[in-house]
Design a protein around this ligand. Structure first.
Ligand code: PSU
Ligand code: MN
Length: 305
């Protein structure tokens, strides 16, 4: 199969990958379905700049008019941010959009797929999907976790939101053989807060430490990726008890509205922003930029190995 039949890689990204230069993948669901317009547009530009400032090349992923894109133009970024007619695309949706010429934003799972097609090993996001609270009944487990089991990309995130069952999410990752690292922390972060109360498998004290674990995994030919938890900077962290109450309220609203399946996560994210009067959005933006910075540093170190 010729990938070029489906995939466009921006020339700058193609030559960086070919030259072994550091590249950091970015997702577009965080833009289209995770943040309101126009804040998402300013964020999209800023996060790419943060990566460049560290000496790496950003590669935002999306599906546009039936083509997989690694690297978006300004107009394409704007289209993702306006999000009109932009689907949410995870692994199962990918072939459908390509066959039908659709346009969609990539989740963590599908961004990992596109990154791996493009030869990119490091990816920065905000938070990952995981095992939802109540999954014992609903079986709502994000495809992001299976992707980490199979696809060789290291995902830098601020942990998992408490909309998820963080304990079960980490159990699932253990079963699937996915190493979970903390960047300078023993505690897996919980997105808005620096801690979750659940431990990581390894405290990577520096970006180089994290890069070495990734290299060792892939040198051995072990399938799949790594999850790297990077706590939100102290000054932007939110109060644990406040966020617990906000998230419980959002979960109750979702239940009341009968929201299911792929709409669940975007519904919860939008309600959290609403209930915190936008404060959670500011935290979301800051933590995602911090993840991009650390991912770029890991990519720079990985390129040296
Ligand atoms: N969690 C967040 N912000 C996000 C997402 C999750 O804190 O933007 C997005 C990511 O794109 C993630 C997706 O991959 O939601 C997971 O969706 P689901 O739970 O439907 O798999
Ligand atoms: Mn789900």
């Amino acid at each position: 199969m010729n990938l070029n039949q489906y995939l466009d890689i921006a020339p700058e990204i193609r030559s960086a990958v070919a030259g072994g230069k550091p590249v950091v993948a970015l997702e577009s669901t965080i833009l289209s379905h995770g943040m309101p317009y126009p804040e998402n547009l300013a964020f999209a530009a800023r996060v790419e700049r943060v990566i460049r400032d560290e000496g790496a090349v950003p590669a935002t992923m999306a599906i546009i008019d039936g083509r997989m894109k690694a690297g978006l133009t300004e107009a394409e970024l704007e289209r993702m941010c306006k999000a009109e007619g932009v689907a949410k695309v995870s692994r199962r949706d990918l072939p459908i959009l390509l066959a039908q010429g659709g346009t969609g934003a990539t989740t963590v799972a599908s961004t990992m797929i596109l990154a791996s097609f493009a030869g990119i090993r490091i990816f920065a996001t905000g938070g990952i999907g995981g095992v939802h609270r109540g999954a014992q009944q609903t079986m709502d487990i994000s495809a992001d976790l299976q992707e980490l089991a199979h696809t060789p990309v290291a995902v830098v995130c601020a942990g998992a939101k408490m909309i998820l069952d963080i304990g079960l999410t980490l159990e699932y990752l253990e079963t699937m053989g996915v190493p979970v690292l903390g960047l300078g922390t023993d505690d897996f972060p919980s997105f808005y807060c620096r801690k979750s109360g659940f431990g990581v498998d390894c405290n990577a004290k520096t970006p180089a430490d994290a890069a070495r674990v990734a290299k060792a995994k892939w040198d051995l030919g072990l399938a799949g990726g790594l999850l790297i938890g990077n706590p939100v900077p102290e000054e932007y962290a939110m109060d644990f008890d406040e966020m617990t109450a906000v998230i419980d309220r959002a979960l109750a609203a979702a239940k009341q509205a009968g929201v299911r399946g792929k709409d669940t996560t975007p519904f919860l994210l939008a309600h959290i922003v609403e209930y915190t009067g936008g404060r959670s959005l500011a935290t979301n933006i800051e933590l995602a930029c911090h993840n991009a910075q650390m991912a770029a540093r890991i990519a720079v170190e990985y390129a040296k190995l």
